[in-house]
Write a protein that binds this ligand. Structure first.
Ligand code: C6P
Length: 407
């Protein structure tokens, strides 16, 4: 079991008051808060070991390089990558996905090929493929969802015959957990390269890339307790080897003369310029923290909070929520519409109560168009430090707001 009170005491920001009320932070789907252990690991690095990595040979530089590579090793273990070299540090999920699009897509997708994604994707796993297809004159196909926000079974046929299939492990709006293991198996059996967007899944459930069988997995540190500015691309080494770099310069080069250049080995081939070193150290500390809590425990906690959100907010009259009705099939978030009230008004009024939620299209505009609410939704996103009492408080505040606005 997860000890929420103990966890909460590790997060300094949760002691804040907003407009005279205790902060209830329900925007972890946008970014998580950081525990003191991560904040301290980053400042300790800055205070004692700060130096550029993989360049100079003085003690400080060697210690900094060791810390950076240690973070890579922890990340590889966290997602069960076979080799550390399969872990590329980027800025965020968006950059990781664009790296695959530029490095693999530009080289291997040809005119007339098919690229498949789904309607529930975040823009970062939709627009790169849409634009690649346009440039290459390839076909861009999108798998639809059913009434409960799950991928339509009969549309999975679209994966067949594709060159590349990109899908999120869990949706940042619907909360739907996709069976990525099964989806990647369909892709693999058909010789289709699979790209999994793990931005929302890696923070909240155990991840094993070998079990999933994906070719690529992208995720961001800032949604899993680490600082901003560090992201991860996992890629199978044989695919990474055949890809072209996305950015040029600095230590990604092994040899260069006036006429040609030879790329460094993996993973450095894809890490041009000085990397986000202290952010990587922070990611390592975040992984230690998450492992300490236990990813299975985190998943159970999210499921409980999902159930609580469905039972309270989800069942309120005048509220329409999106995504599966069963907590087992969802992550710990709930996107909802307060009928007749603009989402920004809801968020502003909740802020008066100290509650932080996100509103708008959550960078999933095609999905909002699909469900017929282009103006966007409200979204409460929980994480390891949230309690059921906070969800009761949210439901109470929503009740008050509806009464006030609708009479
Ligand atoms: N979603 C949200 O509020 P970045 O911004 O690159 O770290 O992550 C992009 C991204 C990709 N895929 C999914 C499924 C995501 O949820 C996100 C980020 C945040 O929903 C910020 S827009």
């Amino acid at each position: 079991m997860l000890d929420v009170n103990r966890i909460r005491s590790d997060f300094p920001v949760l002691k804040r008051e907003i407009k005279g009320k205790k902060l209830v932070y329900l925007d972890s789907t946008a970014t998580s808060q950081r525990p003191r252990q991560v904040i301290e690991a980053v400042s300790k690095f800055e205070e004692t070991k700060n130096a550029n990595v993989a360049r100079s040979i003085h003690t400080l530089a060697e210690e900094a390089t060791a810390e950076y590579e240690n973070a890579r090793e922890k990340t590889a273990k966290f997602v069960n990558a076979k080799e550390d070299e399969e872990i590329i540090f980027t800025k965020n999920t968006t950059e990781s996905l664009n790296l695959v699009m530029r490095g693999w897509g530009e080289k291997f997708v040809k005119e007339g090929d098919k690229i498949v994604t789904t309607i529930m994707e975040h823009h970062s796993n939709f627009v790169p493929w849409q634009q690649l297809a346009k440039r290459k004159k390839a076909n861009f196909e999108v798998i639809d969802i059913d009434e409960e926000g799950k991928l339509k079974e009969d549309e999975l046929e679209k994966i067949k015959g594709a060159k590349l299939f990109a899908v999120s492990a869990t949706s940042n709006v619907l909360g739907t957990i996709n069976d990525v293991k099964r989806l990647c198996k369909i892709a693999k059996d058909e010789g289709v390269v699979s790209v999994v967007d793990g931005a929302q899944s890696v923070p909240g459930m155990p991840t094993d890339v070998q079990d999933i069988g994906c070719d690529f997995l992208a995720f961001s540190g800032h949604k899993m307790l680490a600082p901003f500015g560090i992201g991860v691309l996992y890629g199978k080494s044989e695919l990474l080897e055949e890809m072209d770099p996305f950015l040029y310069g600095s230590e990604m080069i092994k040899k260069v003369d006036k006429n040609c250049a030879v790329w460094n080995e993996l993973p450095y081939k894809f890490e041009a310029g000085t990397p986000s070193v202290n952010e990587a150290v922070g990611l390592g500390a975040a992984i230690d923290y998450l492992n300490g809590v236990g990813m299975e425990n985190i998943r159970k906690h999210e499921e409980e909070l999902a159930g609580k959100l469905l039972k309270t907010v989800g069942e309120m009259e005048g509220i329409r929520f999106f995504g599966p009705r069963n907590a087992k099939e969802r992550t710990g978030l709930l996107a909802f519409e307060v009928e007749g009230v603009h989402p920004h008004d809801v968020a502003a009024l909740l802020d008066e109560e100290g509650i932080a939620i996100r509103t708008g299209h959550h960078c999933a505009m095609p999905l909002h168009l699909r469900v017929g609410i282009p103006e966007g939704t409200n979204r409460a996103g929980t994480y390891i430090y949230n309690t059921k009492e906070e969800i009761d408080y949210l439901a109470e505040a929503l009740g008050k707001i509806m009464k006030m606005l609708k009479g």
